[in-house]
Ligand binder design. Structure first.
Ligand SMILES: [Zn+2]
Length: 289
């Protein structure tokens, strides 16, 4: 059983992990908190970019010697592979943590990931702590591992008018790339992923939308903001390639003009909020787990 302090630390780790949304792709956004042997927070960290340190390494560096005999609380199973950076399970063992608390198992580890290795080395490992809450940040990234295409969020106006640059600006920081009505793609926040991480097509994506999304995935993109009001967006909707919809409506707008926006078949509304002088409505595909 996770202690109250560990649960609190996991919530902090989840919040920290969200700071990596829109910059870690193709890696997942992960957060980590280190508690010392007495349960006090001695280090925090999150993964920011592929090729840079993982969350555990940042948090362990902050904790230093105080990690010894303590607990690492991490939103995703620590990695067991040596890639551009050393494996995190090795860093955890080297730091001498006695216990590792994990929210979600890495679906690519097939039982041979960091959790198994840590257990074999005598570390107390607990899995599944606040898994649903951690999924709020990690879920989309992990889902793309099996779909092989980015999660697509369509942004539109409730009254069917053109999406403004201001609408895009409200959302873009949480995305890897923006796909415009003319098929052009750009990094959602310039240079946020680091050098040579995202490989975006130079030519506009105007062909088959399934192929277009596969090409984006191959280029490292996991979260796409699709600007609505275009033939391309309509083709993505018709092809059931849109996972989320966000629509904005002005406060002085009249309801009847919004009617068409609510004819979105196959989607459930997940959030309605008054925001920034208007209404924001969010949908997600109903068949999504
Ligand atoms: Zn790692």
């Amino acid at each position: 059983m996770a202690s109250q302090k560990e649960i609190q630390a996991m919530r902090l780790a989840i919040a920290l992990s969200a700071r990596g949304l829109g910059t870690t792709s193709p890696n997942p956004p992960v957060g980590c908190v280190i508690l010392d042997a007495a349960g006090a927070i001695v280090g925090t960290g999150y993964h920011e970019r592929k090729g840079e340190s993982h969350a555990e390494v940042h948090a362990l560096a902050a904790a230093g010697e105080r990690a010894r005999g303590g607990t690492a609380v991490v939103t995703l199973e620590p990695c067991n592979h040596v890639g551009r950076t050393p494996a995190c399970r090795q860093a955890l063992l080297h730091a001498g943590v006695a216990r590792v608390v994990i929210a979600l198992i890495d679906p690519t580890s097939r039982g041979e990931g960091g959790a198994a290795v840590l257990r074999a080395a005598g570390v107390d490992v607990e899995v599944g702590v606040l898994a649903q809450e951690a999924w709020l940040v990690l879920g989309d990234s992990l889902t793309t591992l099996s779909t092989g295409r980015p999660v697509v969020t369509l942004v539109r106006r409730l009254d069917g008018s053109s999406v403004s640059e201001a609408d895009v600006r409200k959302l873009r920081l949480g995305f890897d790339a923006v796909l415009y009505p003319d098929g052009q793609v750009e990094e959602a926040a310039a240079d946020s992923h680091g050098r040579d991480i995202l490989h975006l097509p130079a030519e506009p994506l105007l062909g088959d939308p399934t192929d277009a999304l596969k090409a984006l995935y191959a280029g490292g993109v996991r979260f796409v903001l699709l600007v609505g009001g275009s033939a391309l967006a309509d083709r993505c909707l018709a092809g059931e390639l849109v996972d989320r919809v966000v629509a904005f409506g002005a406060d002085d707008d009249q309801g009847p003009r919004w009617f068409d926006a609510f004819g979105l078949a196959g989607f459930d509304i997940t959030r309605i909020a008054r925001e920034g002088g208007g209404l924001r409505v969010e949908w997600r595909r109903a068949t999504e787990g």
